[in-house]
Design a protein around this ligand. Sequence first.
Ligand code: 26W
Length: 775
Amino acid sequence: MKDSIHANWQMTQQTYDENESKQVYYFSMEFLLGRLVESNLLNMGMLDLYHDTLKSLGFNPEEVFREEHDAGLGNGGLGRLAACFLDSLASLQLPGHGMGIRYKYGLFQQKVVNGYQVELPDNWLKDEYMWETKRDDKAIEVRFGGTVESKVENGHLQFSHHDYERVLAVPYDVPIVGYDNNTVNTLRLWSAESTTNSFHFHSSRGHDYYHYLDYKRSIEKISEFLYPDDSYYEGKILRLKQQYFLVSAGLQSILQRYKKRNKPLSQLSDHVVIQINDTHPSLVVPELMRLLIDEEKLGWDEAWTITEKTVAYTNHTTLSEALEKWPEEMIKTLFPRLYLIIHEINERFCKMLWYDYPELRDKIAEMAIISYEQVHMSHLAMVGSFSINGVAKLHTSILQNRVMKPFYTVFPERFNNKTNGITHRRWLLNANPELANVITEAIGKEWIHSPEKLTDLISFASDSSFQEAIAKVKHDNKLKLAALIKEQYQITIDDQSIVDVQIKRLHGYKRQLLNLFHIIHLYNRCLEDPNLDLTPRTFIFGAKAAPSYSFAKQVIKLINAVAEKINKHPQISSKIKVLFLENYSVTLAERIIPAADLSEQISTASKEASGTGNMKLMMNGALTIGTQDGANVEIAELVGKENIFTFGLTSDEVFNYQRSGDYRARDYYNNDRRLRNVMDLLVNQHFSGDDVEFKDIFYSLLYNNDEYFVLRDFDEYIKIQNDVQQTYQNQTDWVNKSIINIARSGKFSSDRTIQEYANDIWNIKPTKIGNLIIN
Ligand code: 26W
C-alpha cells in the first residue's frame, strides 16, 4: 500500500508542477489526524481486500488496526477541521497541502485517577511513524533574536540582521490520499533541529561541549510539544517561537518551490494562496513582507500588494479570552525585523483610517494592530489578508456585527462565511460501515462521491423495513460500544437505553455542567419516587481539560463523583448510568458516535463558533439537543424544528444580558426548588466526603453570577429533555427523525465546505492525476 501511495504522490506533485496548478497551503498549528492506515486503505479502495486477507491469515483486522498510534497533533475542533479539510482537498483533486509542526509529543494522554484528570505525555513517535518521510534536502534555516541594522544603499533603505540564533527546520512529509482518485497531497510537518555548524565552537573554551548540548536542547524544545490550550490564550514565549518557526519555514519552502516556475513575484498570488487557521500563523503577513523586501529586494508597496492578495484568514472563536495578543516587547526581542515591519503596517493602517474613515477616528485605538504595548494578532491578520471568514452563518454575522464590526466597515468585501464540515468518508463510511451499507442498499452508492445525495433517504424515512434496518444498525453499534465499556470499565450498560453523549473539550461555555445538572435532577427524582417511569439512559462524557484550567478539572471530578454515586445505586443504576470515558480522542470518537442516540450541543448561545461534533453525530443518526448556537442553527434549518430539540437563550438575548448587566443567577437558585436541590448536593458532601471539593463550581454560579447562564437555561433544558424521552418512547417517530437527520447531513460534508473555499476564496480548480501504468 505504501508503495502505491508513494508512486501516486510523486505523480501528483509532478503533475502540479507541469500544469503550473495554483496551490493552496493551509497553515495550522494543529492537525488532529487520528489513525491513517484504515482511512488510507479506504481511500485507495483496498480496505475490503486487506480485511479479507488479514482474516484469512488468522488475524482480527480490528486488532491489527489498533496497533497504530493516533496522530494527536491537535486540541479539538480547529485541529480536527484541518484534518478533515486535507481529506476533502485530496478527494476533490485540489492542489492543497498542510503546513504544520511535527510535535514530538502530541496532546497529553488523559488518565482518570480517583476521579481526577491526570496528564501523561503522548510519546507518539516512540516507535517509528510509518507515514512520514524526512526530507533533509529541503531543510530551511529559521532565525530568532539578534539585532537589525539599517543603511542606505543605492538610495534604498536596506536592513541587515545580525547575531541571531539559527534553527534548522527539517520537514517530515505525510502523504494525504484522495478517495478513489490518484491524488496524493502533502502534509508538511516541520521539526526543529540543531546543527553543529550553527554553533560556534571555540577551542579555547573548555566547556563548549556542554554549551553545545544546552544550545541543542533549547532548539529542539521549539517543536517538542503541542500546547494543550484550547480557546484560552496564554502568552507563552515558546508558543510564539513555535508560531514563527512554522511560518518562516513554511513560507521559505513555498517561495523556493514557486521560483522553480520562473515567474515574477508579482504573480505569486496567481500560483499560491495561504489560508491561516485562526491567528496562530498570522506572522505570515510580516514574514512574507520581510522575505519579499529584504531577500527579494522588492519595494514596500509592491510587497504589500502581493502579501494582501496571497493571505486569507479564518477566525474560529469570538471568545475574548481566546484572542491572541502578544506583548510588544516579546515580538521585538524575538523577531526584531518583523517588529519593524508590523510597526510600519500599523502606522500605515492607522493613517489610512484617519484620512479615509473620519467617522471611525474614535475607534482607531481599538482597531490598531499595536496598542497598549500589545500586538493584536487578529487585527494583523485582518489587515493583511484578502479574505476573512467565520465558520458558521451565526458566527460570521457575530463577527461582522459585533466583534469585528469596525473592520467590517472598512473591509466589507473581505468578510465571508464558510460553514464548517466533516469528512463523511472517515465519519460515516469508515466509522460506521454498517450504516453506510444500509444507506447504499436503499439509494445506491452515489452519495459516497456526492454526499448531498443523502437527501434521497428522505423518501425512506417512514418506510418500516428501512426504519427497522436503521434501528438494527444503531442497536448493533450500541452493543459494540457496550463491549468496549465492559472491557475497559467493567460496567454493564443497557443496550435498550438512550445513549446520550457529550464529547468535546471541557470548557465553561460548552456547559458540561448543565448536562450534569439534568442528570443530578433525574437522580433526585428517582430518590423521591422509586417507581418513577424513566426511560433508561446512558450518559457518556468524553473531554480533556487544559491542565491549567482548574474549573474544568473540577467539573471532571464532579462528573466522576456523580457517576460513582449513581452507578453504584442499587435501584437507580438500572435506569441511569453515567460514564466518563477517559482519553477522548479521534479514535474513541469513532467508537462512540455510531452508537449515539442523542447529541448534546448545549453551549451558551453565541459562544460556540460552529461545532463539528454536532455534524458527525447527526450524520450517524443521533438527534440533537441544542441551543441556537454555531452550526446548530443550520442543522435546525435543514431538518426542521420538529426533528431537533432546541432550547435556551438566543445569542441576542445573551448579548442583551451582557450589555444591560441585569442577569441575576441567584434569583434562579432562590426560585427553583429543583435547581436548589441539585446545587446543594455539591456542597453538602453528598458526592464527595470533602465539602470544599466542589465549592468553586458552586461559587462560580452564585457569587460570580454564572457567566455561562447555566441556571437561566436549566428549566428549559429539563423540559426539552423530557420531550426527548417522550419522543424516544415512540420508536417509529424517533427512527423517522433519525433518518431525516442522516438524510440532511450531506450538506455538512467538508467536501461542500472545501468546494466553497476553492470557488469563493482560493480560485482553484481540480487537477486530474493520471493513472499510473504499472507493468
Ligand atoms: C491561543 C489559544 C487558542 C487555541 C485554540 C485559542 C483559540 C483556539 C481555537 C481557535 C479554538 C477552537 O478550536 N475553536 C473551534 O474551532 C472549530 C472549528 O472551526 C469550531 O467548530 C468550534 O466551534 C470552535 O470552538
